[in-house]
Design a protein around this ligand. Structure first.
Ligand code: ADP
Length: 479
């Protein structure tokens, strides 16, 4: 199959969260299964090794014609295209210190339109991909692609058999705009009902209504979208439930403790001595007492309402009265950032908070800590709990979405389980789960070792997910 994957983020070139990770990893896994995959994302800045194809497309949007260019690089058999336009070359992906960019509808509509031109006009390996192609869109930013596919291309006889699939990584963001903005999209008003939600232009809704198939990143979140987690789109998701798949994300090879370049020492399930060294190195790096015996807790997250930071704020005073260490890395909401900044002041021997975004430090935290906390209010899939399990770090999570699908609560009697998943979204429930973990750490070191190894032996590779995406694409063609 020929697949064009379109996204606002693609790791390692652009990333604010899991969307970037997934869009960076899935294409190579699909290529591994014999498919041809082209990714299309914005050229936010110059990327090493990406060359100007010299192809230009002229796209009419919001009353003007805009010229875009395409930069190309091939990695692991995947053709990566970066769309060049002045509106992408800014400090942030979606916004900066002054807030969200006011022209995001234009920027991402342009991306979808530019992606639709790729199979028609960008030669890759000597020839264009052609019209037999499946478009894989991601989140609201590219959810208008099915509108353009139907309203501009198919109505002109182009892409007669090409389906669009929409992947929902987070239904918390719909991409809503004033209704009058619809006129700028340059499609017939026939498509307004698909885009309209309560009198506003809703990009995610348009994609959910029009894509041939829908997929989200865990089976539990797929069910939750139909019931209570899609912010007003529950009815539409229920209506499309037969077309809605839930496929758990995999995690990439850059998150492998045996080869991770960011670590002081590498390790694996068979030999955890490198984990002990990584913990000591992390304690030194953070200026905390180097104590192997003390349980160390970690958090790496966008500091957002979604991530349940309130529960951490509620549990922190109690947790930091215990003989533990805690490190939090994250950036986001001002009140959450204040909490993170205050940690070291309030518990200088026990806690550190780092406000910022650091990929290397995120790796060193996953490797160095013993317990990873992820009390998300909702979590479509979640990657950090899977990274944790791979790194012998025991996750404590709120049992929602992909967290419920990936973390099994420890059962001492059978020796099964990989962490603790608490059901009620409350500080008490989080503290109770931490209490179980502390007791297991102090009193049952053998059980702790088993917990670590259960997690490390789980298969979180992309192959399984890629196989399911392939089945999804075939189903989309069958429609
Ligand atoms: P989400 O996509 O909602 O942010 P995920 O758990 O799916 O949540 O993915 C988060 C990804 O972003 C992980 O790779 C995580 O390590 C990374 N990440 C989040 N915040 C930071 C940060 N402050 N520094 C480094 N990496 C971060």
């Amino acid at each position: 199959m020929n697949v064009v994957q379109v996204s606002a983020e693609i790791a390692p070139w652009s990333k604010t969260g899991g969307l970037g990770d997934v869009c960076g990893a899935l294409p190579a896994a699909l290529v591994g299964r014999g498919h041809r995959v082209v990714t299309v994302s914005p050229r936010y800045k110059a990327y090493d090794g990406a060359w100007d194809t010299t192809v230009r497309a002229r796209i009419h949007l919001f009353g003007h014609t805009h010229e875009v260019g395409y930069y190309h690089l091939n990695r692991d058999g995947v053709d990566h295209l970066f769309v060049d336009h002045p509106s992408y070359r800014r400090p942030g992906i979606y916004g900066d210190d002054s807030g969200t960019y006011g022209d995001n509808l234009f920027r991402f509509a342009l991306l979808s339109r530019a992606a639709l031109e790729v199979p028609l006009r960008v030669p890759l390996g000597g020839e264009v991909v052609g019209e037999e192609v499946l478009f894989h869109c991601n989140d609201w930013h590219t959810a208008l692609l099915p509108v353009f596919l139907e309203g501009i291309y198919r109505s002109a006889g182009r892409f007669p058999r090409s389906p669009a699939v929409l992947a929902i990584h987070n239904a918390g963001h719909h991409g809503t705009f004033e209704a009058h903005e619809f006129a700028g999209l340059d499609v017939s008003t026939r498509w307004w009902p698909a885009c309209d939600m309560s009198g506003r232009l809703n990009c995610l809704k348009a994609g959910v209504a029009l894509a041939a198939k829908l997929v989200t990143v865990s089976p539990t979140y797929a069910r939750q979208l139909c019931i209570d987690h899609s912010h007003g789109l529950e009815g539409l998701f229920s209506h499309r439930a037969r077309d809605l798949w839930g496929i758990l994300n995999g995690i990439g090879e850059e998150w492998n403790p045996a080869t991770d370049k960011h670590l002081e020492a590498n390790f694996s399930a068979d030999d955890l001595t490198g984990k002990v060294a990584s913990k000591a190195a992390l304690q030194r790096e953070l200026g905390l007492p180097v104590r192997p015996e003390v349980p160390m807790f970690g958090v790496v997250a966008r500091l957002d309402h979604q991530k349940g930071i309130e529960l951490l704020m509620g549990a922190a005073p109690w947790l930091l009265r215990q003989d533990v260490q805690l490190v939090i890395l994250g950036s986001g909401g001002a009140a959450y950032e204040d909490f993170v900044r205050r940690l070291a002041r309030e518990a200088p021997q026990r806690a550190r908070g780092i406000v910022g975004f650091s990929e290397p430090l995120a790796h060193r935290i996953e490797a160095g800590v013993d317990v990873f906390l992820m009390p998300s209010r909702f979590e479509p899939c979640g990657l950090n709990q899977m990274y944790s399990m791979r790194y012998g770090t025991v996750p404590i999570v709120h049992a929602t979405g992909g967290l419920a699908d990936t973390v099994q609560t420890w059962e001492p009697a059978s020796g099964a389980g990989t962490g603790w998943a608490f059901r009620e979204f409350s500080t008490d429930a989080l503290m109770q789960a931490i209490g179980f973990a502390l007791r297991t750490w102090w009193d049952h070191p053998d059980a702790w070792r088993k917990l670590q190894q259960n997690g490390m032996r789980r298969d979180f590779g992309w192959d399984r997910a890629a196989q399911l995406y392939e089945a999804l694409y075939l189903a989309a063609y069958g429609r």
